[in-house]
Design a protein around this ligand. Structure first.
Ligand code: PLP
Length: 420
């Protein structure tokens, strides 16, 4: 018997682990009865249970009942045209004409970010991409993967716990160059929960126009942030309807949160062109280039989730029901912000907590420090990201007092952390 050959992979360095999924694994193994999961961005009911939307159930039933013999067929590489038209209109409404937008179906919002990044890296060839500091962890990884230099603009002012508009504009004004991509969160910024005001969005759009920067919107929370999809799409639509000059831009769309289709990987990448001259030939080759990326990586996107989204968006009655459910989800999150804030104020917890109610969307950037986060996990089995970001979806009327008391203990008596 000869000696075992050395593996090609034995010296492989392990990349950093994804903290959120790591925490989720730890939480699932934790048997402590009062454990609380504030890490993952997945909506839960007040009972702490997942919530398949009623309207999604209706769409599922309709799909099963129709029993279309083609329902398991391969789809088109660029995706389902009917789904894409509905997804596009949900995003842009009448802000720009449909023929300015080229859309391709993707593996949810992550896939949309990646497909857009790959397309722009190859065809716009930006020198840099500008990400907000901080941002959703995957942005950095996605843009590094396509070989574009990642730079950051200030976004969060830790002192005031507010959006650092002046810092953002000053940085881009001084250092961004024509063709650089600027990644923007369409609404409910992850992780800070802080969005620009409409006046600030206008100024950011003007900056992009003036300096020929290429905006790339990550639109993962439309309708989920405020409960009103039109309100949440304001920034994207403002950029799309600008004239003199019209802006080209990318939009990565996800139906994970707003339809609760997390595991079905339902989304789209939309490229908004200027629409100048004869775009029809250009549209064809843009679509073909996007399709080539899809083909080489996964051939086509999954169809069950997009069939559901198409069924809902294609029916006025189901869309109205969906909007009602969006209201239910977003108001529960808003009420949990208030409940946590009220409890901390009532307990007299040191620090200011008003930012919790001023932030929007799935997440709150609490201002808790990493040692505090670690202590809360070890002593109270409360799981949250080391940045102090919490998912409001993990809070409910049964655990919010428990969480507030734990925060109160660690904040009022920091020495508990060293004596633990
Ligand atoms: C900012 C942001 N973008 C994109 C996504 C993509 O999610 P998915 O790939 O599930 O659509 C998320 C999910 O947490 C997110 O927070």
């Amino acid at each position: 018997m000869g000696s075992m050959p050395t593996s090609h992979f034995s010296g492989l360095a392990a990349p950093p682990r994804d903290e959120i999924f790591e925490l989720l694994g730890q939480f699932r193994r934790d048997t402590y009865p009062e454990r609380v999961n504030l890490s993952a961005g997945v909506y839960c009911t007040d009972e702490g249970e997942p919530m398949p939307l009623q309207v999604v159930r209706q769409a599922e039933t309709a799909i099963y009942q129709a029993a279309d013999p083609h329902r398991h067929d391969y789809g088109a590489i660029e995706g389902d045209a009917a789904f894409l038209a509905l997804a596009r209109d949900f995003t842009f409404s009448t802000a720009c004409s449909a023929d300015r937008v080229v859309s391709v179906q993707t593996v949810s919002g992550s896939g949309a970010n990646h497909t857009g990044a790959r397309f722009l890296a190859d065809n716009l060839r930006p020198r840099r991409v500008w990400l907000s500091d901080p941002t959703w962890v995957n942005h950095d990884l996605i843009w590094q993967t396509v070989g574009v230099a990642v730079h950051y603009y200030p976004y969060y002012n830790a002192k005031t716990r507010s959006f650092d508009f002046d810092g953002m504009v000053a940085k881009l004004e001084a250092e961004a160059e024509a063709n650089d991509v600027v990644l923007l969160h369409a609404c409910a910024h992850n992780p800070t929960g802080l969005d620009p005001t409409q006046e600030q969005w206008k100024a950011i759009a003007q900056l992009c126009q003036r300096k020929s920067l290429f905006p790339f919107f990550d639109n993962a929370y439309q309708g989920f942030a405020s409960g009103d999809p039109d309100h949440d799409a304001w920034a994207v639509r403002h950029f799309a309807q600008l004239q003199g000059p019209a802006l080209e831009m990318g939009v990565a769309q996800s139906f994970s949160k707003n339809m609760g289709l997390y595991g079905h990987r339902t989304g789209a990448f939309h490229l908004v062109t200027t629409g100048e001259g004869s775009m029809s030939a250009a549209r064809e080759s843009i679509t073909a280039n996007l399709a080539m990326i899809v083909r080489s990586e996964f051939s086509m996107s999954p169809r069950f989730g997009s069939d559901i989204a198409k069924t809902i968006l294609g029916s006025k009655a189901l869309t109205a029901e969906w909007y009602t459910e969006l209201q239910v989800m977003s108001s529960r999150l808003i009420s949990m912000r208030k409940a946590l804030y009220d409890a901390l104020v009532r307990l007299g917890t040191p620090g200011s907590w008003v930012h919790i109610v001023n932030q929007i969307g799935m997440f709150s950037y609490t201002g808790l420090t990493t040692p505090e986060v670690v202590y809360l996990r070890q002593k109270y089995h409360i799981y949250m990201h080391s940045s102090g970001r919490i998912s409001m979806a993990g809070l409910n009327t049964k655990n919010v007092e428990y969480v507030a008391s734990a925060i109160h203990e660690v904040r009022s008596n920091p020495s508990v952390m060293t004596s633990a």
